[in-house]
Design a protein around this ligand. Structure first.
Ligand SMILES: [Cu+2]
Length: 276
């Protein structure tokens, strides 16, 4: 017994020390990426808290299970352990305890969700994100410029670091979902409905985004990039979009393919037309 325990401890120490710091951090985040927004920390805490509760339940259940296996095992044919049934207090207990756990998890989820989707109106700028079959448009509302992507040329969303941004999500066709994994936040983009949320990116860098709602044949190609940059770089990018003539706002970039796959992302091709 002692040898097994020593082996287990040694083994886990060895495994942990063999892992890189990054892998250890990811283990502590239980698979979540490192949050790069103010709001992401709240989501990470909810995720970790839920896991702590789940591990607590697992420890309790497995502990009771093994205790019963060892302490109350049948030791001889003559000596039958005491049989218990219809233990009302016990049955009430194991009905109420899961209810309390589920209600607790629900409470924290609902509380954090209402914080996350609350619109404070304190955003520094607004981006209207249009998800369409099969790419994204980013309308920078205050600046009056836009960026549009295609499956072959995914667009890049620029965001100034440490500035609260409001995303307004719209779709001209089917339900998509706007997801930047590093932001730990996603929201559906629903036709005929204005969904919105705010967040504050806190780490400069490049991140990937994607559509997280199976929306059709080219769903997997609805990729985009996010660049969190300084205010100066952001202003420069806006100026570049203006200089490129990408002024105004687009509501749809849907390309009518008329059966020709080359039309995807190439509305200017002969025989292909853009639908707005
Ligand atoms: Cu989609």
């Amino acid at each position: 017994m002692r040898k097994i325990r020593a082996g287990l401890i040694l083994g886990s120490v060895f495994l942990l020390s063999a892992c890189s710091k990054a892998a250890q951090d990811e283990t502590l985040r239980i698979g979540f990426p490192e949050p790069t927004t103010t709001e992401g920390i709240l989501i990470l805490n909810l995720w970790q808290g839920t896991w702590i509760v789940a591990l607590g339940v697992a420890a309790l259940v497995l502990g009771l299970l093994f205790a019963a296996l060892i302490l109350y095992r049948r030791r001889s044919d003559a000596d039958v352990p005491k049989q218990t049934r219809y233990n009302i207090p016990l049955e009430i207990l194991y009905t109420i305890v899961p209810l309390v756990i589920v209600l607790g998890l629900f409470f924290f989820t609902a509380r954090d969700q209402s914080t996350l989707i609350k619109l404070t109106g304190e955003q520094k700028h607004t981006v209207n994100v249009v998800g369409f079959r099969w790419s994204w448009i980013f309308n920078y509302k205050e600046a009056g410029v836009y960026e549009i992507g295609t499956p072959a040329l995914p667009p890049t969303l620029y965001l100034p670091v440490d500035e609260k941004v409001k995303f307004e999500l719209t779709s001209p066709d089917v339900i998509h979902s706007f997801w930047v994994p590093a932001f730990l936040m996603k929201m559906d983009v629903v036709p005929g409905r204005l969904n919105a949320f705010e967040l504050t990116p806190t780490k400069p860098g490049e991140f990937v985004g994607k559509c997280a709602e199976l929306c059709g044949v080219d769903h997997s190609r609805m990729l985009f990039n996010v660049k969190v940059v300084s205010r100066a770089e952001f202003d420069q990018h806006i100026a570049d979009l203006k200089a490129a003539g990408q002024v105004g706002a687009l509501t749809s970039g849907r390309v009518e393919t008329s059966g020709n796959p080359d039309c995807l992302g190439n509305p200017e091709l002969a025989g292909c037309k853009a639908e707005n």
